[in-house]
Design a protein around this ligand. Structure first.
Ligand SMILES: *Cc1c(COP(=O)(O)O)cnc(C)c1O
Length: 418
């Protein structure tokens, strides 16, 4: 691997950007790299860095790129939109088209509001749930990530429901004291928490397939139990489908598992690789948002015309053939990786955990061999294959990953094991 321009860029970056990166995971420190590579361009399933190295990319911008880098339809849609102006701060047709496409695909969504990031969508959905229920408390799950809004930046003790403690300096403990953290897949812990706090409970928020502790599927009955607990207590069920939306099925995890939340949070694929996210649900809930209702929420760049064009260029191609093909390729990847660790996969998202048994929750994910994962990461990168620079992430399959890319990856992992 050639390393030249990268080092100079990283030194410059360190002088003007905290840690040299605009999102911490990009520094690639968890896998023991001294410096990250800097991307010059992407094409299909491949990245090229500033030193001319080519990498087969399994990160895919952390999920948005279902058709690969520089997808021709997306690029054409964005270029054509840009020629008509990049932002207006007034309504456009693209926003209506994208909202309609989301409502058509996602079972729980009658009305939807567009925002610019998953963080913003989750934060706004929670405000709406609190207003709608006139309650403050929220249950979240250890190992699930919902962006970096204060309320949701809470971690808990292990193995039982606990009051959230701030997981970053700068988050007031008064804010996270309204957040209860439960272990993922643990219905008893959630039932306990609801019994304790149910009267003040505004919402349960969950990644219906966890993707931010590595891929952890919901245990059979887990999502349905959350639905029942919400119905019994009057809390709203919020599915954070920022990763799973348009990935594990056209209608997301709610379609795949047949459990319908009150509010759905979307991001990543819905913006086709541009900064766009959304939250939506029943009209009765969504109409509490200003100016229809009294809950304030706004954004200068919300529903940006470039982003809606990119999102539409992706969503309009998502037929059942797409998901059948992703499933076939996912199964091929899973079968090939299986001898080398514990593979957990749902559709087009998968994690190779460095352990033998099933990973059901964050404690299980943390028990995996992170050093071994870091060694695998470096082995693969040397061979031109870029997987997530952390054990707690997923491999994101796209339609640009063909059988050759899958087989080459499997071969390189097998080589690591020898
Ligand atoms: C990425 C992610 C977010 C945050 O989205 P951003 O656009 O990075 O703010 C929220 N929830 C989940 C499940 C995510 O994976």
């Amino acid at each position: 691997m050639v390393v030249g321009a990268r080092s100079a860029l990283y030194r410059r970056a360190l002088e003007v950007i905290p840690g040299g990166v605009n999102s911490p995971v990009r520094a690639m420190r968890a896998v023991g790299l001294d410096e990250p590579f800097f991307v010059r361009a992407g094409d299909g399933a491949y990245l090229e860095d500033v030193d001319g190295n080519r990498f087969l990319d399994w990160v895919m911008s952390w999920g948005p790129l279902l058709f690969g880098h520089a997808d021709a339809d997306t690029v054409a849609a964005v270029r054509s939109a840009a020629e008509r102006g990049t932002s207006f701060g007034a309504p456009t047709e693209g926003e209506v088209d994208l909202a309609a496409a989301i409502a058509d695909a996602v079972p729980s969504v009658e009305k939807v509001r567009l925002v610019s990031s998953g963080t913003e969508a989750a934060m706004s959905a929670l405000r709406l749930a609190r207003a709608f229920t006139a309650r403050d408390r929220v249950i979240k799950f250890a190992g699930c990530y919902h962006g970096h809004a204060d309320t949701l930046l809470a971690s808990g003790g292990s193995g039982l429901a606990t009051l959230g403690i701030p997981s970053s300096p700068g988050v007031p403990s008064a804010t996270t004291s309204h957040t209860i953290v439960c272990p993922y897949n643990d219905v008893d812990a959630v039932a306990d928490a609801v019994a304790h706090y149910g009267e003040g409970l505004a919402a349960i928020i969950v990644e219906p397939v966890a993707g931010n502790m590595g891929v952890v599927p919901p245990a059979p009955g887990f999502l349905a139990a959350l639905r029942d607990l919400c119905d019994a207590s009057g809390a709203l069920l919020l599915f954070d489908e920022v990763i799973t939306g348009f990935r594990v099925a056209r209608g997301g995890a709610q379609e795949r598992y047949g459990v319908i939340p009150d509010v759905t949070i979307l991001g990543k694929i819905v913006g086709g690789g541009l900064p766009l996210a959304a939250f939506g649900g029943r009209a009765e809930i969504m109409d509490r948002l200003a100016p229809a209702g009294d809950v304030y929420q706004a954004g200068t760049l919300s529903g940006n015309p470039l982003a809606t064009a990119a999102g539409l260029a992706v969503l309009r191609r998502l037929g059942h053939d797409v998901y059948a093909e992703l499933e076939r390729r996912g199964a091929r990847l899973e079968a090939g990786l299986e001898p080398h660790g514990r593979v957990q996969r749902v559709g087009a998202m998968a994690t190779l955990f460095m352990t033998d048994g099933p990973v059901r929750d964050f404690d299980g994910a943390q028990a995996c061999d992170a050093d071994r994962y870091a060694a695998l990461f470096r082995h693969l990168l040397e061979r031109g294959i870029y997987v997530a620079p952390s054990q707690y992430e997923a491999m994101f399959l796209s339609l640009a990953h063909g059988d050759d890319e899958i087989d080459r990856t499997i071969e390189a992992v097998a080589d690591f094991d020898r």
